[in-house]
Design a binder for this molecule. Structure first.
Ligand SMILES: [Zn+2]
Length: 58
């Protein structure tokens, strides 16, 4: 028996725009010249990150 676990970027933080709720990762935010949502709003809150984890037992 073998267990294969894969996980999305460990430590990746997801934020949500306080106005439109568009999710954006801290990685995407770091690439932007300024922290700003596509809707133009600048206030984000930390979103609860969905844990992407798959465990397969073979
Ligand atoms: Zn927005």
């Amino acid at each position: 028996m073998m267990i294969v676990a894969s996980e999305n970027h460990v430590g990746n933080v997801i934020y949500e725009c306080m106005r439109c709720g568009t999710p954006v990762t801290n990685e995407e935010l770091s690439k932007l010249p300024e922290i700003k949502c596509i809707c133009g709003f600048r206030v984000f809150r930390k979103a609860r990150q969905p844990i992407v984890k798959q465990v397969k037992a073979i």
